[in-house]
Design a protein around this ligand. Structure first.
Ligand code: E4P
Length: 217
């Protein structure tokens, strides 16, 4: 499973990149707002830092303006993936951009049927939001299972990019189901390494090693 980082925090991306944890980056208008940075500038910085796809989202609602925004965003760098919402205008933009060779991430997906039509429109990635479904008492991971089955049934090339990840369990479940990508905030990715038994075991080894009086270096 590929790891994308769901942030526009360049320092956090650079840190995780040093550990080989960054296969791509996702942003959205809220993430750009939180960064306090100019979208074009910060997105270019991220694209220069990361080899994989960097999703940058359009903000208009109609097809013509969405397409123009998508084309402008795509000019930032070769690894830009234009993110469009799962609306008819978004799907039309997806088809037009995909046909001209630009990768498209279709976002705000909350149903299997939405994922089905995004694949038909040529999306490179579909972004189902598991956390926001969990928030309203719908099991987000069931949606990932359904999309996995549908895409496998018909050999769609669209990659399932699990989004709105809030917990390490979301990461584990996405990997078990066989999602292609999980995008998570840096804090969630860092927590994947944590286990209290690792900490306890290490403390015991440290204490016993001190008693030997030995050194390796
Ligand atoms: C990423 O592509 C999504 O925009 C993001 O994961 C949404 O996460 P949220 O539901 O925590 O805002």
């Amino acid at each position: 499973m590929k790891f994308f980082v769901d942030t526009a925090d360049v320092e956090a991306i650079a840190e995780l990149n040093d550990y080989g944890m960054v296969d791509g980056v996702t942003t959205n208008p809220s993430i750009i707002m939180k960064s306090g940075r100019d979208i074009m500038e910060v997105t270019k910085e991220i694209c220069d830092l990361v080899d994989g796809p960097v999703s940058a989202e359009v903000v208009s609602m109609d097809f013509e303006t969405m397409l123009a925004e998508g084309r402008k965003l795509a000019e930032i760098a070769e690894n830009i993936c234009v993110k469009v919402p799962l609306t008819w205008a978004g799907l039309q933009t997806c088809k037009a951009l995909s046909d001209s060779g630009t990768k498209v991430n279709v976002t705000l997906c909350f149903s299997a049927n939405q994922a089905l039509i995004a694949a038909k429109a040529g999306a490179s990635f579909i972004s189902p939001f598991v956390g926001r479904l969990d928030d309203i008492n719908i099991d987000g991971m069931e949606l990932i299972e359904d999309i996995r089955s549908i895409y496998d049934n018909y050999d769609f090339n669209t990659e399932i990019l699990v989004a709105s990840i809030r917990t390490v369990n979301h990461m584990k479940e996405a990997a078990i189901i066989g999602a292609d990508v999980a995008t998570a905030p840096p804090a969630v990715i860092k927590k994947l390494a944590q286990h209290p038994l690792t900490d306890a075991g290490l403390a015991a080894f440290e204490a016993d090693w001190a008693k030997t009086g030995q050194k390796i270096l």
